[in-house]
Every structure is written in structure tokens, then in C-alpha cells.
Design a binder for this molecule. Structure first.
Ligand SMILES: [Zn+2]
Length: 167
């Protein structure tokens, strides 16, 4: 059987990205808004570009890109005739998690709004402790903690964006 993967260089990365984006759009249209949100398809446009970008130097990104090509195509074909099953959605979400984790660990990328999420939660718990220590009233410290968390988190998010590190 003819194997596309053995024909490296036969397909330009750029063409593959365009094809993949087209599959993604088609999938979005086919499954409807609710399922598209469940599949986090909004993220995928950026993920595709990142994988393509790193593919030149990263074997794993190259593999994920290959996987994504067959995976998205399969989902599009499936969505044409019937609804995606919960099992398929689960497989897709696992794939998203694997790719995201690789991009974070190997390429130091962060999801959009990553730091604000972390520091807001951290700020709230610190605020509660402060409220207890300073005012003998935990909830009183909460707005202070939240403000701190938002300030630090949004600063770090803005910095990551400036450095092109947002996924
Ligand atoms: Zn990689």
C-alpha cells in the first residue's frame, strides 16, 4: 500500500497546514457549536500552527501533526453521517491533553490565561490566610488576595504573550 508518510518532502508543510485547517473548519460546521466547544476546536487552529512550526526540529511534534491529520479526517468523515460517540470525544480530549502537555513541557508554551488562573486561585487562598491573620476574619482578606493574584497573573500572561509563548 502506498504510504504518504514515507514520501516526506512530497507534501509541503504549508499545504498540510491549510488542508488541516480546512478539515477543522468542516468539523466545526458538522458537529455544531456545543460539540465543537466540548472538543475545544477553537484551540486547534493555534495548536496546528504550533505543531507545524516546531515540526522542523521536533520529532514528537511531527508525530502529533501526523496523528492529527488522520484523526481530524476520521472525525470529519464520521460527523458526516452520525454523531460522535462519547468514546470518540474522550479519545479526542486525551489527544488534546497529550499535545498541550508536550507543548508546555518541551516548548515552554502556556495556554491563554494560564497564569491568571493559577495566581487568582493562589491569591484567594493567601487572601483568606491574610484575612485571618490581620483581621481575624478570613473573607475580609479575599479581595486583597484576588487583586494581588490578578495583578501578578495578568502581568505574567501579558509577558508570555509578548514573548510569543502563548499556545
Ligand atoms: Zn515538539
Amino acid at each position: 500500500m502506498y504510504n504518504i508518510k514515507s514520501n516526506e518532502g512530497g507534501y509541503l508543510m504549508e499545504e498540510r497546514v491549510i488542508k488541516l485547517q480546512a478539515d477543522l473548519e468542516e468539523l466545526k460546521n458538522k458537529v455544531g457549536e456545543k460539540t465543537a466547544a466540548k472538543l475545544e476546536l477553537d484551540k486547534y487552529s493555534r495548536i496546528i500552527h504550533r505543531l507545524a512550526e516546531f515540526s522542523a526540529d521536533c520529532e514528537e511534534c511531527r508525530q502529533y501533526f501526523d496523528e492529527l491529520e488522520s484523526h481530524l479526517l476520521q472525525m470529519v468523515n464520521q460527523a458526516k453521517t452520525k454523531e460522535l460517540t462519547p468514546q470518540e470525544i474522550k479519545v479526542h480530549r486525551q489527544m488534546t491533553a497529550n499535545i498541550t502537555s508536550h507543548l508546555m513541557k518541551k516548548h515552554q508554551l502556556v495556554p491563554s490565561g494560564y497564569y491568571i488562573g493559577i495566581y487568582l486561585a493562589l491569591g484567594i487562598s493567601i487572601g483568606l490566610v491574610l484575612g485571618f491573620l490581620l483581621f481575624d476574619n478570613m473573607p475580609l482578606g479575599m479581595p486583597i488576595g484576588m487583586e494581588m493574584g490578578v495583578a501578578i497573573g495578568s502581568g505574567l500572561d501579558a509577558d508570555a504573550k509578548k514573548k510569543g509563548k502563548v499556545m
